[in-house]
Write a protein that binds this ligand. Structure first.
Ligand SMILES: Nc1ncnc2c1ncn2[C@@H]1O[C@H](COP(=O)(O)OP(=O)(O)O)[C@@H](O)[C@H]1O
Ligand SMILES: O=C(O)C1=C[C@@H](OP(=O)(O)O)[C@@H](O)[C@H](O)C1
Ligand SMILES: [Mg+2]
Length: 163
């Protein structure tokens, strides 16, 4: 949450001239509900089912830049499918910055209403998953452009020439 997946993902897609998808936007458009409404009216378990369906859909697409929600890799089935079909990039951002953004954001129901320690626990737990499942990590501690360019550089090393 709030490490910059959606923001940097969009910028990366422009930079690489690839189409862009945000899995949360897909879920919203397919379900016809906002993310907080899904959590309130249907519950987290249903949201995770929507996430799984989305992963099956995006796994069959030609190359895209895809931003996911922060809980995506916590479902093993998603992690396996994505590992087989995608390059997974862990975007690291420091917790105090993230906490400032999400602590009062009604649009992020996994954090809304929780205190600093609860959210930090989730952040630390998920960091282990991201480390385990990602192909590489980049820091988002400067501008969006800086983060995007460090992804391009790491993709270059990973894949060869990206131009
Ligand atoms: N490098 C950055 N510099 C300044 N603001 C940023 C940066 N990266 C992300 N943001 C801002 O942080 C907030 C959370 O980013 P977002 O892309 O929604 O994260 P995520 O999709 O990982 O939850 C947004 O308001 C976004 O504009
Ligand atoms: O932390 C989570 O489990 C979630 C993060 C959200 O995406 P962002 O990471 O873009 O906030 C969104 O998928 C949903 O609210 C659940
Ligand atoms: Mg997002």
């Amino acid at each position: 949450m709030a490490c910059g997946k959606s923001t940097v993902g969009k910028e990366l897609a422009l930079r690489l001239e690839l189409p862009y998808i945000d899995t949360d936007e897909l879920i919203v458009s397919k379900s016809g509900m906002s993310i907080p409404d899904i959590f309130v009216h249907e519950g987290e378990a249903v949201f995770r089912e929507y996430e799984k369906n989305t992963v099956h859909y995006i796994s069959c697409l030609p190359p895209h830049v895809i931003s996911s929600g922060a809980g995506m890799l916590c479902t093993k089935e998603n992690a396996v499918l994505l590992k087989n079909n995608a390059i997974i990039i862990y975007i690291y951002r420091d917790f105090p910055t993230i906490f400032n953004i999400i602590s009062n954001d009604k649009n992020r129901p996994m954090a809304y209403g929780k205190d600093y320690n609860e959210i930090k626990k989730l952040y630390d737990f998920r960091a282990q998953k991201y480390i385990a499942h990602s192909n590489f990590m980049v820091e988002n501690l400067n501008t969006v452009k800086t983060c995007t360019e460090s992804i391009v550089l790491k993709l270059f090393n990973f894949y060869g020439n990206t131009d």
